[in-house]
Write a protein that binds this ligand. Structure first.
Ligand code: C2E
Ligand code: CA
Ligand code: CA
Length: 689
């Protein structure tokens, strides 16, 4: 109803006021008592950015109805104090779309009775400019006093303005950079991809924040934290870009120092335990997805404590430093070296195929003297090795196992390395039981000798045989010497076994010389270990020979060629004693070691046994055949008889015969057999001939 009233009774201004309304340079509009827009003056039309000509006023008013309606709240306040114009902040939209802030003065129009009949509002945009100025002043204050460097560019990246902090940080004056492209500041340390990603983000969101390296006027490169923002115009086009940046040089240096202190060892400069753990963890995560292995070595220096105690901590530090350098040289880019603390170092190897080479190189490098206080000091290292993921799949498990492996080395006399693997441990356990069982075997005499004939190739006669030991194990049956001789050698038990073999063999040869052939000769193997270390072994031989009243030539001792190579005095002496007693020496497994034939001249050797590997490949490999031929010829020239081992086929025998080989041994004639079988064989042979 009220609306109808207003439509029917449009607001009327008196002539005088209406004139003012039309000609005033001040923007004004007229509202009804309900606040509804009724009229707009030409100044306001212009102020809003429109041309007066061609405007259809009623339509224009309808179009702008909403933004110039006076709110009921405002009208209520005016009504209570009708003679005071209300001044309020007001916003409206310019033809360009910009929002304009203005001050609105609303003046009520009264009739003669003093009743409000309409409102005239004046719009003044001056205060808007004031705000802008204040903003600007504030902005430039911030802009200039800020410790952050600031830089304003146009939409093409051309620098429009910079602040004083910019000059302080970069060394460039405003005049150096204004009008130039901001790219002049870049260091070239980030690649194209980096900038592509950065600009992608700026173009899509208007801003970017991150770290990058810029170049100062004098050339040095420095890290900055930079944030770039974009100022868009009313149509969403880029107007300007503002970059704010701070110099991170000091922060970075501090960070680096903190990192260095937290993660690196001060003495050696190597990563410390914390960094090592972090690195190993990282690698474990990385490798887990690749299904590949890494090796962890734990190195503990042997005798470092003594160095520290006698030469002092400074010398100790020098030694640690030098050790670190040596380790780095051995590991190179194949792994990572760290110092866990004290004299403990770790090495992570990325490729387990490099373990053996690396560990050997390290032990060798450590064995070189350290020059401390003008003295050459020698130490060594004990290294425990463990594998990821075989032994453990976490850092502490790996460290624990490497430690266990390292202590195994310490127990075994240091200066070496040992693996921790389950199979290794199993092997170690097996070995332990074997050792105990072997001890028992000696006590209980669980050994027997088998005999293998050595045949004279010129007449097929068997006047020689080789005694080969067997272990008759109560549960496992007959065990071949290859399986227990190495353990017997390592533990020294070989000496007891050797004594038993000599005793047994001499009793047997005594019998066969009585019953079969007076010239019968038995070959007996003597371990190089025994030959070298057991001073008394020849005394045993003499004692037994004497007891049985046997001449020396009843036996031949089989030794390996390598024994001759490291001829120590005791070896020479022993050889001489055997020779004096007329005990024959056979050189076993010839060709597998490194003795040359000419070298043999020095020793008085009766027999040379060509290794079975030669015999077995001489048919296929011409070089081997030629080698066998020349071995036989040379040996003959030196007065040495040749025995070919491992003859399995007739054709091998034929070749050896044609090469003038003296004796043969092998499955073709017979396997090693127990006494009674051997006796049967030789009596049969005797009956045949
Ligand atoms: P060896 O001194 O080279 O002994 C010859 C080995 O070759 C024997 O192995 C023998 O059975 C094997 N053999 C003989 N003919 C053939 C053949 O035609 N083909 C093949 N494939 N093999 C043949 P065995 O008896 O197992 O002895 C192994 C090694 O154990 C011996 O090698 C020797 O080094 C050591 N050994 C044996 N008995 C003793 C011993 O009483 N004392 C010491 N210290 N070592 C012994
Ligand atoms: Ca032998
Ligand atoms: Ca042999």
């Amino acid at each position: 109803m009220i609306n109808d009233v207003h439509i029917n009774h449009p607001v009327e201004l008196d002539r005088h006021t209406l004139h003012l309304f039309r000609v005033s340079p001040v923007s004004m509009f007229l509202s009804s008592v309900t606040g509804k827009l009724e009229n707009i003056n030409p100044a306001l039309i212009k102020f809003l950015g429109y041309q007066q000509e061609g405007i259809h006023l009623p339509d224009f008013i309808t179009e702008h109805q909403n933004q110039f309606n006076l709110s009921q709240t405002l009208l209520n306040t005016i009504e209570t104090d009708a003679y005071d114009p209300a001044v309020i902040d007001f916003e409206f939209q310019h033809q360009s779309g910009d929002i304009i802030a203005a001050e609105l003065t609303v003046i009520p129009q009264l009739d003669k009775a003093g009743k409000i009949v309409s409102y005239i509002s004046q719009i003044v945009a001056v205060p808007t400019q004031k705000i802008a100025t204040e903003h600007l002043q504030l902005a430039s204050l911030v802009y200039d006093k800020s410790s952050e460097g600031m830089l304003v560019t146009d939409k093409n990246g051309v620098i429009l303005d910079v602040n004083s902090s910019f000059t302080r940080i970069t060394g460039y004056l405003k005049s150096d950079v204004c009008g130039k492209n901001a790219s002049m500041l870049s260091s070239g340390q980030q690649d194209k991809l980096f900038y592509d990603l950065m600009w992608n983000q700026i173009n899509s969101t208007g801003h970017w924040k991150g770290e990058l390296w810029n170049r100062r006027k004098l050339g040095s490169v420095y890290p900055v934290m930079i944030s770039i923002n974009t100022d868009f115009d009313s149509n969403g086009r880029v107007n300007k870009r503002v970059a704010l940046f701070s110099d991170l040089t000091e922060i970075k240096a501090k960070e680096k120092q903190i990192f260095q202190q937290a993660y690196y060892d001060t003495i050696t400069g190597l990563p410390n335990r914390s960094l090592f753990i972090e690195r190993l963890n990282h690698l474990i995560n990385l490798k887990s997805s690749q299904e590949s292995c890494i090796a962890l070595m734990l190195l503990d220096l042997d005798g470092f404590k003594e160095v520290n105690d006698t030469l002092g901590h400074e010398a100790g530090d020098v030694m640690l430093k030098e050790t670190a350098e040596r380790l780095l040289l051995c590991v190179k880019e194949n792994g990572e070296v760290a110092r866990l603390g004290g004299d403990e170092f770790t090495i992570i190897l990325h490729d387990i195929n490099l373990i053996e080479n690396t560990v050997q190189a390290i032990l060798k490098k450590l064995s070189q003297p350290y020059t401390l206080e003008n003295e050459g000091i020698y130490i060594s290292g004990s290294i425990g090795i463990t594998l990821f993921p075989d032994d453990s799949d976490d850092v502490s498990g790996l460290l624990k196992r490497a430690d266990q492996a390292m202590y195994t080395v310490k127990r075994q006399g240091r200066n070496g390395y040992s693996y921790f693997t389950h199979s290794m441990r199993q092997k170690a356990l097996d070995r332990l039981t074997s050792i105990n069982e072997l001890r028992e075997a000696i006590e209980k005499q669980q050994f027997v000798l088998y005999y293998q004939p050595i045949v004279n190739l010129s007449n097929d006669e068997i006047f020689k045989a080789e005694a080969l030991v067997r272990w008759v194990h109560p549960d496992k049956g007959i065990i071949s010497p290859d399986q227990f001789i190495p353990i017997a050698e390592e533990t020294g038990l070989i000496i007891e076994i050797g004594k038993w073999v000599v005793n047994e063999a001499l009793q047997q040869v005594y019998v066969w010389r009585e019953t079969h052939n007076v010239d019968f000769q038995l070959s007996v193997n003597e371990s190089p270990l025994q030959f070298k270390s057991d001073e008394n072994s020849f005394k045993n031989w003499f004692a037994y020979l004497k007891k049985l009243d046997l001449p020396g030539e009843a036996v031949s001792i089989e030794i390996t060629e390598n024994l001759l190579m490291d001829s120590s005095e005791s070896v020479d002496l022993k050889m001489q004693k055997f020779k004096d007693a007329n005990i024959k020496i056979s050189l076993d497994d010839f060709g597998t070691g490194y003795a040359s034939l000419s070298y043999l001249k020095r020793f008085d050797i009766e027999y040379l046994k060509i290794d079975k590997s030669y015999v077995q490949s001489m048919e296929q490999d011409k070089d081997v055949l030629i080698l066998c031929e020349s071995i036989i010829q040379m040996a003959h020239k030196l007065g040495i008889l040749v025995i070919a081992e491992g003859i399995e086929t007739q054709s091998q025998l034929d070749i050896l015969n044609s090469l003038d080989c003296d004796y043969g041994q092998g499955y073709l004639f017979s396997r090693p057999v127990p006494v009674d079988e051997f006796e049967l064989m030789i009596t049969d042979k005797q009956h045949q001939s």
